[in-house]
Design a binder for this molecule. Sequence first.
Ligand SMILES: [Zn+2]
Length: 323
Amino acid sequence: MNRFLVLALISTLFASACQSPSKERKVVFILLDGIPADVLESTNTPYLDEIAGQTGYTRVYVGGEKGGVSESPTISAVGYNSLLTGTWANKHNVWGNSIKEPNYDYWSIFRVAKEHDSDLQTAIFSTWLDNRTKLIGEGLPETGNLKMDYAFDGFELDTVRFPHDEERQFIRDIDEMVANKAAAYIASDAPDLSWVYLEYPDDMGHRYGDSPQMTQAVELADAQVGRIWKAIQQREAQHDEDWLIIITTDHGRTASNGKGHGGQSDRERTTWIVTNYPAPLPSFYQNPGIVDIMPSIVNYMGLKMPKEIEVGIDGKAFVGRRE
Ligand SMILES: [Zn+2]
């Protein structure tokens, strides 16, 4: 057999091993708060670069259709809920960080997973408690009393252990702890669907705007993601599992100084996705929205949902449907 044929055969075998239908498929999505695309692109992020490889980076938009019915404030909780539900604010009804009256008729990805198969293990690692209690809506009748299997969050409320300082070093410390726990728990327990949320970059943005402090916060977040990525690689090497990791942010920042957000300027609307998914659909490179992540996870895991939930989703998957 000639050398090229052998190589071709090996790569085919390798590809089919990677895509084996028998392997368990698991997903981690990570939200790094408040990092505009231009900031990410101009910061040294070796781990995000490694995860993205040649194909896994794209610019993304948030904020819905500018001037249209789905226009959504470029505010944190609004963006997180667009990620979770695959819908814009006119549907999920979260318009600000006070999260007054979410419309749980638009299911979060966690509810979709649990209704598909209640044995699927879910986890959240987060520097903000409301993500679980209000957005996911754990334990509420409106979410079918959805229960997360594992939660590591709420430390920002412990002002004895984490005294709140103006420099927001307590948030840096909590992010560090949250990321370390996520890496350790993924390595040991391999939940099927996990959300990791880290806040510190947004805090540095608000305090210092475009600045060395912001750059350092992004570098720190990259290292935190790197530890989670190592845990995933370890799982894949030692178990019959395929992992999808998606990293994104919830909004950009004001063009003038990078301190604020909430409006509809290009810089506030322009975000990004990093993923290890090797062959995204063409739409991935055609200005996808944050709402495209949820249906992509659905497709990757092969989740089924009721028709009335499916038709309400605004996003389009950039991951092909699992057979
Ligand atoms: Zn913010």
